[in-house]
Design a binder for this molecule. Structure first.
Ligand SMILES: [Ca+2]
Ligand SMILES: [Ca+2]
Ligand SMILES: [Ca+2]
Length: 309
């Protein structure tokens, strides 16, 4: 578990400073998500906002963005780039003095040990002979009292891969650099490496300790509207043609047929990108019909494999 000192401090600052609700002047400000393309194995998603707030006391001087990211395909094995420089590259808040981004640890398991002392019961063990609360009859002749319970909490070790992922972004203008006035801006980038086609959805969420809000220069917070969005990575984003089961590039050929035969009938490796093996785009895992389809294309002038989303 690692939250980062800045994140922790900002948490504290927000918790204690920004307790007075301020109204959002003009029309409601809005935070939203933009799918910004796929390149070199990574999907870029932009967290944006638009504000009409004018006047020095109404501008934006701080942000709390709890983000909740889901992934539809475990085989895509998404990995978030949580480097601060990537997250806030080009951000309107990039010049703010305190920038933080941290993945909220997910509790994997809790293991507890119970320590107790047992004694022989003077008469057959029953509720009457139990000396105090916290004790119980172990059997007819023995009672036990719990001395203490200690628990260890284990967190998911690889946080940036633990989807669904809670990601908190906090930007605070602690010095007197300019607050952000009316306009449409980028707040942060989510750069997510994926190995397969998938749908990544970005939402906000609310817990006891975090919520989405903007802060004005008087440290009053207000709550912008939020628009949820999903971004898709499809087969063609990877630059491979459908049927190129071994990801060798170019048109599907005999090598791909052999690769699929091995996968379907001999327990060989799955296509490097699952959907590439689905030559007839029927959905599901590649099977014999996809092999027949590929054979027809490669040797009999049949239709080219169908690009599948
Ligand atoms: Ca407004
Ligand atoms: Ca190939
Ligand atoms: Ca198929």
């Amino acid at each position: 578990m690692k939250m980062g000192l800045i994140g922790f401090i900002l948490f504290f600052v927000f918790g204690n400073l920004a307790t007075v609700a301020a109204s959002d002047t003009g029309i409601p400000d809005t935070a939203y998500v933009e799918c910004s393309g796929f390149a070199q194995g990574a999907l870029t998603i932009r967290i944006m906002f638009v504000t009409d707030n004018a006047g020095d006391t109404n501008k934006i001087d701080g942000f709390s963005f709890p983000i909740y990211i889901t992934n539809s395909n475990p085989a895509a094995d998404p990995m978030l780039d949580s480097t601060l420089g990537v997250t806030y590259s080009g951000s309107a808040a990039g010049g703010f003095s305190a920038l933080s981004n941290y993945v909220v640890p997910i509790i994997d398991s809790i293991i507890c040990d119970t320590f107790m002392t047992c004694s022989p019961a003077p008469s057959p063990c029953s509720i009457e002979v139990i000396p105090q609360p916290g004790c119980f009859c172990l059997n007819d002749s023995t009672f036990c009292c719990i001395d203490s319970i200690t628990c260890d909490t284990f967190f998911e070790p690889d946080l940036i891969r633990a989807f669904p992922l809670q990601y908190n972004l906090i930007a605070l203008n602690l010095q007197d650099s300019a607050a952000i006035g009316a306009g449409r801006y980028l707040f942060a980038n989510l750069k997510i490496q994926v190995d397969d086609t998938t749908t990544i959805c970005v939402d906000t969420h609310r817990t006891q300790t975090v919520t989405l809000f903007f802060l004005n220069p008087n440290n009053h917070k207000y709550f912008p509207q939020w628009l949820f969005k999903c971004c898709k990575v499809v087969t063609t984003d990877f630059g491979y043609k459908s049927g190129d089961a071994n990801c060798s590039g170019g048109n599907p050929n005999l090598g791909d047929i052999i690769y699929l035969v091995n996968y379907v009938f001999k327990g060989g490796s799955a296509p490097c990108i699952g959907r590439l093996g689905d030559a007839n785009c029927s959905g599901g895992k590649p099977n014999l019909t996809d092999i027949i389809y590929l054979v027809s294309y490669v040797f009999k002038g049949g239709n080219a494999p169908i690009p599948c989303p």
